[in-house]
Each structure stands twice: as C-alpha cells, then as structure tokens.
Design a protein around this ligand. Structure first.
Ligand code: ZN
Length: 162
C-alpha cells in the first residue's frame, strides 16, 4: 500500500501526514501536526491487506488529515455545539415528560438524548458548513487520498462487528 505523504509515528502509532497544506480549506497552514484531524480506520477481519510495519500488523490505525488552526477551531466549535444540543434536548424532553408524569420524564429524557446523539455527526457537519470556507470533518475524511485508498483495500471507517 502506498502511504503517500504519510509516515508512521512509532510513538503515537498514527499515520501522520507530512503535508503542510490544510485539506479542509485548501491552503491554510497545516505545519503543526497537533492541529491535524485524526480519523481511526479499521481493518475487516477477513481481509489480508494490512499495514505491516516492523512485523506489527495494524487492525486499527489513525490517519492524519492535514488541518490548519482555523479549521480545527471550526470543527471543535461545531462539536461543542452538538454536545450542547444533545444536553439541551435531554433536559427539555425530561422536563416535558416529568411534568406530565414523573416517571415518564426518564423515558422522554432518554429519547431526547438518543435522537440528537444518533445524528451527532450530521448536526456537527451542518454546523461546520455554516463556516463556509472549510470542509466538514466527514467531507475531509471522504476526500483524503490515503483514506480512500485504504477503504478500497478493506479498511473501514467504523469498527467491524465482532
Ligand atoms: Zn484549513
């Protein structure tokens, strides 16, 4: 597998990008690796195309996508916004249920948590899209050449079921 502009950092066990151009806004300064977005990829059990480095086979590895400070801030504020939405929804629906019948509050509160939680990535993306100049984390992951190549070779974005 061609790792392109990525190198394995033995200390962190991550595939870090050596590119200094932000992939999210196309042009921002991404020379600081700590600003990069790291997406974990998983290898399906049956596939054999694994990343082997000094006899260590990786079944899960984080891939760095070059990102500038500004884009990191946009992504983080979108993430905070999503967390607040989940919390607010839980509280509001708990109170509504509780007023009707105390025990019902736990059911409605749980549903109030579950719904935004299930769509947390969508909410985060919608929020990040408002910052126009940048790609959302999901889009950045989909457009990353190494991640695309790894997905074609049996790696997945979600942890495979047992
Ligand atoms: Zn950027």
């Amino acid at each position: 597998m061609n790792l392109g502009h990525h190198i394995l950092n033995e200390t962190t066990g991550r595939l870090e990008s050596t590119s200094t151009e932000c992939s999210f806004c196309r042009g921002g300064d991404a020379s600081q690796k700590s600003m990069h977005y790291y997406k974990a990829l998983f290898r399906e059990q049956k596939r054999t195309n694994v990343i082997v480095y000094r006899n260590v086979k990786f079944a899960k590895i984080a891939v760095g996508i070059p990102r500038c400070k500004k884009c990191k801030e946009v992504h983080e504020s979108a993430n905070s916004f999503t967390m607040i939405m989940i919390l607010a929804s839980t509280v509001i629906f708990f109170v509504i249920g509780f007023v009707i019948f105390p025990l019902l509050g736990f059911v409605t509160g749980f549903l109030g948590f579950l719904f935004p939680f299930a769509f947390r990535e969508k909410i985060e993306d919608l929020r990040a899209e408002q910052a126009i100049h940048t790609l959302t984390k999901t889009e950045g992951v989909k457009k990353d050449p190494l991640i695309t190549d790894m997905r074609l070779n049996g790696w997945t974005l979600n942890q495979p079921m047992a």
